[in-house]
Write a protein that binds this ligand. Structure first.
Ligand SMILES: NC(=O)c1ccc[n+]([C@@H]2O[C@H](COP(=O)([O-])OP(=O)(O)OC[C@H]3O[C@@H](n4cnc5c(N)ncnc54)[C@H](O)[C@@H]3O)[C@@H](O)[C@H]2O)c1
Length: 275
């Protein structure tokens, strides 16, 4: 799918009120796309809506929790009634959880699986069938993570959801190939977004000093969500299956294939940064 100019196209982004989702929505709008956007963060969502409207784009913006099936169903009905099937679906909304298994509550599992995995499932379930029916192709970009192939002991539940999103995306890619719809798993590394403050933390990671070390690491890494947005649209244009983003994500991706033991060692070292 050509993403160099998106006039006449509708791009849907979940979690568009902040970070990677916000920048992907705004970059798409700058390239001409009309938007369908949602988030639980109403303030952030309204800002993105206003900025896209100022560019002259049509925007459907709804406060929607991607984990809530009925909210997603009603959002999809509104989008399809107003704009028809979307051309690019970006399932981006997600939350972080810094914890090993021993510190993870079952309620944490329910929460993160509902958003990070079922949110993506809901996006695909409600928005892909009309794309197939329209019969003119399109693209699905599911935001997984470097933690979707590089398992960290400090991110056990988060990794589990992101591995699942990667697997879902690879399977869906083959299913949708005959329909001319591409599917890409986006796997960012360390991206400086508000997720470092919003993420839940348990155990040793609950300590405010560990949080500050994490925030500082992400700030020093200084890779912004605007660059991720550029790379998402590039990966869609190239119809990549898996798109690691940032050098650390590419390195971990290569390392996992070359030497799983070295990759596991590197994951332990990275997790120790916040200890
Ligand atoms: N920042 C990173 O280093 C990084 C790395 C790899 C992957 N990711 C992934 O990128 C995606 C975007 O994260 P970000 O870094 O931009 O974080 P962010 O916190 O800046 O943005 C996430 C957005 O999703 C929204 N959201 C959260 N739960 C939601 C729900 N239930 N329904 C609807 N919206 C919801 C939030 O309100 C927020 O606006 C996530 O899936 C995240 O896991 C981030």
């Amino acid at each position: 799918m050509d993403t160099s100019q998106l006039h006449g196209r509708t791009v849907l982004v979940t979690g568009a009120g902040s970070g990677i989702g916000r920048e992907t929505a705004l970059l798409s709008a700058r390239r001409g796309a009309d938007l369908a956007i949602c988030d639980v963060n109403r303030v952030g969502l309204e800002e993105v809506e206003a900025a896209a409207r100022a560019l002259g784009r049509d925007v459907i913006a709804r406060p929607v929790d991607v984990a809530d099936r009925e909210q997603m169903r009603s959002f999809a009905e509104a989008v399809h009634a107003q704009a028809g099937a979307v051309h690019l679906l970006v399932n981006n909304a997600g939350v972080g959880l810094g914890a090993g298994l021993l510190d993870t509550e079952l309620s944490d599992w329910d929460w993160i699986v509902a958003i990070n995995l079922m949110g993506v499932v809901h996006g695909c379930h409600f928005f892909v069938p009309p794309m197939v029916e329209r019969g003119t192709g399109g693209h699905v970009a599911n935001v997984s993570s470097m933690a979707g192939f590089h398992a960290s002991p400090a991110l056990v539940a988060y990794s589990a959801t992101k591995f699942a999103v990667l697997g879902l995306s690879e399977a869906l890619r083959e299913e949708l190939r005959p329909h001319g719809i591409g599917v890409t798993a986006i796997c960012p590394g360390i991206i400086n977004t508000p997720i470092t403050r919003a993420a839940r933390a348990r155990g040793a990671l609950e300590n405010p000093e560990a949080r500050e070390r994490l925030v500082s690491l992400y700030q020093r890494r200084n890779y912004g969500p605007d660059r991720v947005a550029q790379n998402i649209l590039k990966a869609v244009a190239r119809n990549r299956s898996v798109a690691p983003i940032t050098i650390e994500s590419w390195t971990a991706y290569a390392l996992k294939r070359l030497s799983p033991r070295l990759a596991a060692w590197a994951a332990r070292r990275m997790a120790a940064v916040t200890d």
